[in-house]
Design a protein around this ligand. Structure first.
Ligand SMILES: O=C(O)CCC(=O)C(=O)O
Ligand SMILES: [Mn+2]
Length: 214
């Protein structure tokens, strides 16, 4: 059952069943073979993120000393990013309510101690499209607030297979990942996800970057 956590922020627990999770894990493994995960760095300071990242789709989100941006090629291999996994595209078709496909699928890989600070997703030119997020692996505490950084926050636990739609009035809310939880239950982890360390987590965010022509 979907639950509206805040206007425009919709949580779909268990959106991907175990078979779909395994399929997606296989598809992500294939993407990472072609487009290895890299450690992004904060603009200006060069401080490394604790999360490793790769992308699929015509555009990929990267962050380095020069800034945040979308670009068509992997910064180290120089190759175009691989195609967005089918299972992720199917989730977009069901959840995004948007007339064009996503252009970027950011893949975040969390080691058990990794986190992601409170931020907004605002590097996309078309903010009328939602961000659709899919989670695999260990449970995580997702924190969300308001449009202003200092607005009060709440949190929700995201489990393997959960989808989260960040759209409408929530499209520019501040959000982040406080921490992962050890996954005591074997099924929390996707056994074929060899790209994750034990207790790690993978999150995919599907994004429309440019406004569709016409
Ligand atoms: O890992 C998550 O659930 C959130 C990821 C996120 O906010 C992002 O990639 O911008
Ligand atoms: Mn985000």
């Amino acid at each position: 059952m979907a639950r509206e956590l805040a206007p425009g922020l919709i949580h779909h627990p268990g959106f991907l069943d175990p078979a779909a999770r395994l399929r997606l894990a296989d598809e992500v493994a294939a993407v990472l073979d072609d487009a290895p995960a890299i450690t992004p760095r904060m603009p200006r300071t060069g401080t490394p993120f604790s999360v490793r990242m790769s992308n699929a789709g015509p555009l990929g989100w990267v962050s380095d000393i020069r800034g945040y941006r979308y670009q068509a090629a992997h910064p180290e291999t120089g190759r175009p990013w691989p195609a967005i996994p089918h299972t992720a595209l199917a989730a977009w078709d069901r959840l995004a309510c948007y007339p064009a496909p996503p252009e970027a699928c950011l893949i975040n890989l969390y080691d058990p101690g990794a986190r992601m600070g409170l931020h907004q997703d605002r590097d996309e030119a078309d903010l009328s499209a939602p961000v659709v997020s899919l989670s695999l692996g260990a449970p995580a505490l997702f924190r969300y607030g308001g449009l202003r950084r200092k607005d009060p926050t709440r949190s929700v636990r995201l489990l393997a297979g959960d989808a989260l739609v960040i759209g409408g009035a929530a499209r520019l809310i501040h959000h982040g990942i406080d921490r992962l939880y050890p996954s005591g239950v074997l099924l929390d982890a996707d056994p074929r996800a060899g790209f994750l360390p034990t207790g790690g987590r993978c999150n995919l965010t599907l994004r429309r970057v440019t406004a569709p022509a016409g």
